[in-house]
Design a protein around this ligand. Structure first.
Ligand code: EPZ
Length: 418
């Protein structure tokens, strides 16, 4: 997985461009299966999870090719419905393929998905959608087999809790189902809206986009489309908070400011300043000095769980006592153990982390345990004096296309060792 070596202790001063969104691109790639033609995704992030999804599509008979950051996918000759066990287990997003393969092939065989170890991450809501739409779903150990009697049927589904992936799978299954599907209590994350706009551009009929109630009328034919993957709100938040941790001044172009209001609100509470000018987020974090006493992660538009460990890293640099509560995933505080190796004063119990900020952070060897936790370690390392070595750096590259180059452009001193 390799290592990242970071020399910390000085403010970030520089500019970087925000990459395309991992969590928007992955369901769009799964959606390509629904169309017996070609889609082109511009601004597609060249990250490990996208390459894994590309390999899975190729194994099903799709043809793909890259031109810089444009990924072309043709599923004209798609034949397969079985996902390689290792590929399926390599990331959570493989579960998205169930909805689109059932919609296209009427059948799918896949292992339980993998992804960051941040909790149990069941897929009962996903399977419930397929069963409600007429599919027979069998679980044999870690393997899942689902099939329709020829097609899925539109129906009304009300999700008991807000789930990004289950909402996305419901949409993918409904696009070519017979009749109309009503999905209620849908998640509101922007990636769902982006998926709906992508599918609409392909000819899908979706109403209620951006609300908790989506109405999808099944269609038979979709069309070729070229679509730009929107920028990644979590990458933008990560770099903004890296500036906050080092009291720096950064300019982030293509930052999706309208999608990171909750992240900006917490940044302002710390004393951070920002403006949005000509498509650029210009942040002056030199005045960051106020501890944020309580933050809890929530579904969108609340403070995102994907920013929880990054926020923890920033709070370690601010004198005072703060508390973070992780409401979404039951086991997403483990990065605290690694941050303590840098001198961080953190106490965790259950879903809560209590931070005593202001103690000096000193470089050390730490291990990334998941994607966003690894990014949080990089943020803390930039604020720490001396050298930090982050092991398992490959975790970070699942979602950040060039975090070393980006942080270098922002003024950080970071090296990647394969
Ligand atoms: C998506 O995961 C994102 N991943 C996650 O980002 C993100 O943290 C999460 O949404 C929450 O915003 C992708 O989009 C690829 P959920 P997902 O279904 O869909 C429970 C990252 O770092 N649940 O919204 O898996 C679940 O256990 C990743 O980019 C069920 O109980 O999240 C959790 O407690 C990490 N049954 C809650 O719902 C189900 O069938 C929300 O999970 C599904 C979910």
């Amino acid at each position: 997985m390799g290592e990242m070596i970071i020399e910390g202790g000085r403010p970030l001063l520089g500019c970087a461009r925000i990459q395309g969104s991992k969590n928007a691109a992955l369901p769009m790639m799964a959606a390509a299966i629904l169309h017996e033609g070609e889609v082109a995704l511009h601004n597609c992030p060249r990250i490990a999870d996208v390459f894994s999804m590309e390999r899975i599509l190729q194994s099903l008979g799709a043809e793909t090719c890259w031109e810089d950051h444009t990924l072309r996918i043709s599923c004209r000759n798609l034949r397969g419905y079985e996902i390689d066990r290792e590929d399926a287990a390599s990331m959570r997003s493989s579960v998205m393929l169930m909805g689109s393969l059932l919609g296209r092939q009427g059948r799918v065989r896949i292992a339980h998905p993998g992804g960051c170890t941040i909790g149990a991450r069941p897929i009962d809501l996903h399977l419930g959608v397929f069963r409600a739409m007429g599919a027979v779903v069998e679980e044999q150990g870690e393997m899942l087999e689902a099939r329709t009697g020829g097609e899925l049927f539109g129906t009304r589904i009300c999700f008991p809790i807000s789930s990004v992936g289950a909402t996305e799978n419901g949409i993918l299954a409904a696009v070519k189902a017979r009749g109309t599907t009503l999905l209620e209590n849908c998640a509101l994350e922007p990636e769902i809206t982006h998926l709906c706009h992508f599918l609409q551009a392909m000819g899908a009929e979706i109403g209620g986009i951006g609300t908790r109630k989506l109405r999808i009328r099944g269609v038979r034919i979709l069309r070729d489309v070229r679509f730009a993957v929107p920028p990644d709100r979590i990458v933008a938040g990560t770099y903004l908070y890296a500036a906050a941790a080092t009291r720096g001044k950064v300019t982030l172009s293509d930052a999706p400011v309208e999608e990171i209001s909750s992240i900006l609100r917490v940044y302002e509470k710390m004393g951070g300043q920002w403006e949005y000018n000509g498509g650029k987020l210009i942040a002056d974090a030199s005045g960051v000095e106020r501890m944020v006493k309580y933050t809890r992660t929530q579904c969108y538009p609340g403070f995102p769980t994907d920013m929880q460990s990054v926020l923890m890293a920033v709070l370690l640099t601010i004198p005072g006592k703060g508390r973070i509560r992780e409401e979404i995933f039951e086991d997403r505080l483990k990065t605290a153990g690694e941050l303590k190796k840098l001198g961080g004063q953190i106490h965790t119990a259950g879903r809560d982390a209590w931070i005593t900020g202001g103690e000096p952070l000193t470089g050390a060897r730490v291990e990334a345990r998941d994607l966003r936790g690894g990014a949080a370690l990089a943020v803390a390392a930039l604020a720490a004096s001396g050298t930090t070595v982050i092991g398992n750096a490959g975790f970070v590259e699942r979602g950040y296309e060039a975090i070393d180059a980006d942080l270098t452009a922002l003024g950080g001193r970071i090296r990647r060792i394969p």
